[in-house]
Each structure stands twice: as C-alpha cells, then as structure tokens.
Ligand binder design. Sequence first.
Ligand code: 13P
Length: 290
Amino acid sequence: MALVSAREVLRTAYDKGYAVAQINTNNLEWTKAILLTVQDLKSPVIIGASEGAIKYMGGFNVVASLVKAMIKDLNITVPIVLHLDHGSYEGCKKAIEAGFSSVMFDGSHFSIDENYEKSKEIVDLANSRGISVELEVGTIGGEEDGVMGSGEEADVDECVKMGSLDLSMLAAGIGNVHGPYPDNWKGLNFDLLKRISDAVRKPLVLHGGTGIPEDMIKKAISLGIAKINVNTELQLAFAAATRRYVMEGKDQDMKAKGFDPRKLLKYGFEDICGVIRTKLAMFGSVNKAS
Ligand code: 13P
C-alpha cells in the first residue's frame, strides 16, 4: 500500500474516539519494528521523523525510500503515514519534495502572526499535493540544557486562528513536555484542552506521549486528541534491552557470534515492538485499519 496522508486517518480517529500513534523512527530497526507491529495489530500508524533523525539516517530521500521500500517488501497493507516531526519551513519543503505524505510545520518560535503567515504557505503547498499538515501553537517544553520546562500552555484565541487554516491536525501545549515527566509534574490541563477542542473542532495532537498515564491518555482522547506522539519511551526501552544483552555477556559469545548486529540489536528490537503494542492498545487503534 502507498503512503497515505494523515487527513482521513485522523478525521476517522477523531470521529470514532480513538487516537493514532505517531511513533518516531531513528533507523532501519525502528522502521521495521513499527511496520511489523502495526500490520500484526491491524492498526494505522504515523511514522514520525525529526530533522535530526533524518540527518542521522542520511537525508529526506533515504527516509522516504526506506519506508516506502519496506512497506512494499514486507507486504504492509495497513495505512501508513510518513510525517516530518517539528519541521522547519525549509524542512517541510524538502520533505514534500522527497515524498513524505505529511508534515508538521513548527513555527512556534515565531510571533503568532509570522507563524500564521508561514503556516499558510506550507498548508497551501502541501494541500495542492494531497499532503497533510500539522501546525503548532505555543511551544511544547522539555529538557533543555538540563533544565526541565513545565510545558507552555497554549492560548485559545491563537489556537482558533491557526485552526482556521486548512490543516489536518493542531498541536497545542496543555502542560505536556518532551522526554520523561518530572516527579512533580502537575499533569495535563484538561480544562484548557476542552476549551481548545470546543473552539477549534479539529483533530488535536498530544506531543510528549512518553510516560503519560493511561487514565490521562483516555481522557485526552475523549476531549479531541486524535494523534499521540511517542519517541523517548522507545529509546529508553531499546537502550535498556541492549544493556541487558551486553550485561548477559552475549556480545562476547564468539561461538554464537553474539557480536553480529542482527543479534546485538535483537533484544532492543523486540522490546520496542512491545512498547508499540502497548501504546496502540492504549490509544484504541488496534483493528482500526480499513
Ligand atoms: P516523547 O519523546 O516525550 O515521547 O515525545 C515525542 C514527541 O512529541 C515528538 O514530537
């Protein structure tokens, strides 16, 4: 199956009351783990790729080609969206040229007027090619230089302004942050989420999906969240599993060739498949591939 835009996938999730996971990819193992798991669970998915991860993997064309080729060779039939995560203005254009089916333009560091103007240009370009767009209002906090921000809360009027563009999904800060949540985290601001959702009436995106408890996830979905991004949780799981493999001395087993990357990375691969399974079940997208 060819890549699909997120527009229909998210509209259906929004109308039916579940969320589609955005799982960020970092390499071949991640991409394969995502594709095989969603195919097994008959779930749609959004494969996210940040500009940093894209640079690491070799470039926009490498990522688009890898995902498309893997869909073909692994006979993946469920809907797969390839989405640029937190894209710059130039990054969005490169992703569109390379064949991504969805982009996020993150203009949150601009003034709201500049964010709106630049977002409109990206929306017009993307829509003319059938590519979905995610926009962001406010900034999603997280760890920066060792300091944990509490996560900015978006302004409802700014959400309405951005939401008036022909976008497919809107990300707005409601106390969520990237990376693990600190012990003193106050939780998601559901009152704000409800006000944004009632005012915008379009699928909303929850960034920073790592470590948000199930009851909060379910409530957020009931209030209009239709896409939930998860990245760090898989990285932590992969690192822990790889450490376990090494601590068991398996990499030094010369007879079994435990140093072969296909073995060295297997524990990590299996454990991220497990994390993806848990998230898809929690978000309610299992068996929703049509
Ligand atoms: P986490 O790394 O906290 O899961 O957040 C991922 C994300 O929001 C990517 O945009």
